[in-house]
Design a protein around this ligand. Structure first.
Ligand SMILES: NC(=O)c1ccc[n+]([C@@H]2O[C@H](COP(=O)([O-])OP(=O)(O)OC[C@H]3O[C@@H](n4cnc5c(N)ncnc54)[C@H](OP(=O)(O)O)[C@@H]3O)[C@@H](O)[C@H]2O)c1
Length: 329
């Protein structure tokens, strides 16, 4: 296996966008003791992939060049390290490769056993490769930060989800509706019916003057906002929040961090909560099971072969995906 070659995608410096992606032939990686080698069937892109390339997380990521991007993969285990206990060759899996190592835009990828989860064969590779970053972020925002119980047992909450048509947002709407919630969602005009079909109770067009105020058409104040868009200041959220309302900001800019600190220091009941997804395998298994049970669906914006990975990259950078962008080796 070690001497065989595979197709993979890399970039060698910061910047350059999709044009800077290079297709290369490299040796198929060997799994270390605690790793599995996966024959990749699908990989999904996330905005963080091109943000790392842009140098937005410099100097932390990438750790070195060339960098092989792509973290969210689904495929079949073809080899396991000597210490791997829970998986075996032939298992269908989903893995979250770290942003530091990446390597998902390739025919084969290695993942730690701890971040690789079994998936039942009836859950497709594309549907499950879409889950790790996007759905785990939506799940964490709703359950951990907003305190929503997805079995519907909690008290009724009013939730606002911004950018509900995107990768994170489309999962957030569906997951929120598993709880005892009233969901208001924002998206562009072309996606209003789509977002309603995901379960949103009311939908606002973010490009209209009324939409820009984020006011609920039925006059609700929000107990929590899962904020998946960017560039909306606290002053727009504040008048729409209930007395203990929280804005969970998954793309906090410097102004949001100042608001976060100020609200904390002044013991404000209304809070801004910056959120960074932290991987939990049990949560990924839970989400895969929801897909299997038909309670959650992945909506695929577009699919590309690995040979056209740069087109998928450009589509993600464009910022107008409806659902998830998938690359299939
Ligand atoms: N903190 C974390 O751990 C974490 C995890 C995942 C993602 N993120 C971040 O969260 C953001 C969203 O990620 P994503 O994967 O969902 O992105 P995405 O799929 O690229 O989002 C694209 C969608 O957002 C919609 N949109 C853009 N601006 C909007 C606005 N102001 N109001 C309403 N809708 C708007 C677009 O609609 P139109 O086409 O109609 O404009 C499009 O459908 C990104 O910045 C990403 O980096 C953070």
């Amino acid at each position: 296996m070690a001497s065989r070659l595979m197709q993979a995608v890399l970039y060698e410096t910061y910047g350059g966008g999709s044009a800077a992606l290079k297709h290369v032939e490299v040796p198929i990686p060997r799994p270390k003791t605690d790793e599995v080698l996966v024959k990749v069937e699908a990989v999904s892109l996330n905005p963080i992939d091109w943000k790392i390339q842009k140098g937005m997380i410099r100097p932390f990521l990438p750790r070195k060049f060339p960098h092989f991007p792509g973290t969210d993969v689904a495929g079949e285990v073809v080899e396991v390290g000597a210490g791997v206990k829970s998986l075996k060759a032939g298992d269908k899996v989903v893995a979250f490769l770290s942003h530091a190592t990446g390597g998902g835009l390739a025919e084969y990828a290695v993942g730690k056993e701890a971040v690789t989860v079994y998936r039942p064969p009836e859950v497709t590779a594309a549907d499950s490769a879409a889950l790790p970053v996007a759905a785990l972020t939506a799940h964490q925002a709703l359950t951990q930060a907003a305190g929503i119980k997805l079995d519907g047992s909690g008290p009724q909450s009013n939730i606002l989800i911004t950018a509900a048509s995107g990768g994170v947002g489309h999962y957030a709407v569906q997951l929120a509706k598993l709880g005892n919630t009233h969901v208001t969602a924002t998206c562009g005009a072309r996606n209003i019916e789509f977002v309603k079909s995901l379960g949103a109770d009311e939908v606002i067009d973010y490009k209209t003057p009324e939409g820009a105020t984020l006011k609920s058409p039925s006059g609700k104040n929000y107990d929590a906002v899962v904020h998946c868009a960017s560039g909306i200041p606290w002053s727009v959220f504040e008048p729409n929040l209930s007395p203990n309302g929280k804005v969970i900001d998954i793309t906090p800019n410097p102004a949001a961090m100042v608001t976060f600190a100020f609200k904390k220091l002044t013991f404000s009941k209304k809070q801004l909560v910056p959120l960074l997804m932290s991987f939990k395998s049990e949560n990924l298994s839970y989400l895969i099971n929801l897909i299997k049970e038909g309670k959650l669906k992945t909506v695929i914006d577009s699919r590309y072969p690995l040979s056209k990975a740069e087109d998928a990259w450009a589509k993600s950078m464009d910022g107008h995906a409806t659902g998830k962008i998938i690359v299939e080796p």
